[in-house]
Design a protein around this ligand. Sequence first.
Ligand SMILES: [Zn+2]
Ligand SMILES: [Zn+2]
Length: 389
Amino acid sequence: MIEEKAFEMKDELISIRRALHKIPETEFEEFKTAEYIRSKLTEYGIPYEAVCGTGTVVTINGKNTGKTVLLRADIDGLPIKDESDFEVKSERVGYMHACGHDIHATCLLGTVKLLNEIKGTLNGNVKCVFQPAEEGSGGALPMINEGVMENPRVDGAFGLHVEPLEKTGNIQIKDGSIMASPDDFKITIQGTGGHGAYPEKSVNPLTVAARILERCHAIPKKYDLPCVVTVCEIHGGTARNIIPASVIMTGTARSLDSDTRAKLNSLIREIAQTTAEEYGAAAELDFSLLFPPVVNDAGMNAIVRKGAEKLSCVKKIITLEKPSMIGDDFAYFAKLVPSAYFRLGVGNADMDAVYPLHSPKFKADENALPIGVSVLVQTAVDFLDTFKG
Ligand SMILES: [Zn+2]
Ligand SMILES: [Zn+2]
């Protein structure tokens, strides 16, 4: 029944997705996107609450006071120029829904509509969260701070992300860590500067930066840690014959658990300081803790799996061996309540022509839209049935 209702909505889902696809907006400036989402909710006669400016929350109360499950969709786009060959293009030059958050928002709108139709059968409440700023500073934590986990109190959460490198009809799940903590670091190296002709008379911070880069990149192997450390920027120097006095380097330090996360912070600090000392320079580290890793609960994954097994539109449920080193601020929900974050295949029939997330050529198969709705609705219903009093 859920699946049939979701597939009846397919044309509407496609038109919603295309409307959102044309107006990608970035962190906390998702004004048109929020307006569109809210206009659809008004059209469906479903009340909502605006949270953190462009965030929107819908609570669907079931037939009795059971548990409350949260479904989250992020809604923001990226500052990427749309170069895909998809027939509908971004109408905002320089911006694109290249991470598929337009699809997440569409699937959640369809889910809200369908759950609202069947609310008389639900054994509890469903809180549907349209969250801004996932790609930027993060919208999950501000929404939590605004009380999104309360009234009614949330008992479990599910989140979905599209995966263009997986075929439409398949979903991917993984117990434990599925997404990394995408922390940032910045190292400022102070040397002395001087003439390029006399390197022996000055402390060249570029030499120090090169050595720090090498040592940082060696961390995962050397310490056998499940992490990634990548230096992505080095800024220093003004001319080909002047040794600069200082250099700034930045990078990303990604880990899958809090121990490794803390270890990376101290290892990078130690490498920066001892390397600088070796050369007679000084180094300062700013380590910015961004999102925690996304850690899935095995029980919640089992609900996704069992739910998906009931749906004929889901062809394969793939258990991932390895987590992704990308981050997602769904992690904040998953830290508070048992959660499952799974991936929805949106790779089209010609898998040689798919591009990864964040590619300017990113394209998704819209046939996945009703599948996403089916899985979300089934999962929410099954969660409430599992934990009914
Ligand atoms: Zn993204
Ligand atoms: Zn994303």
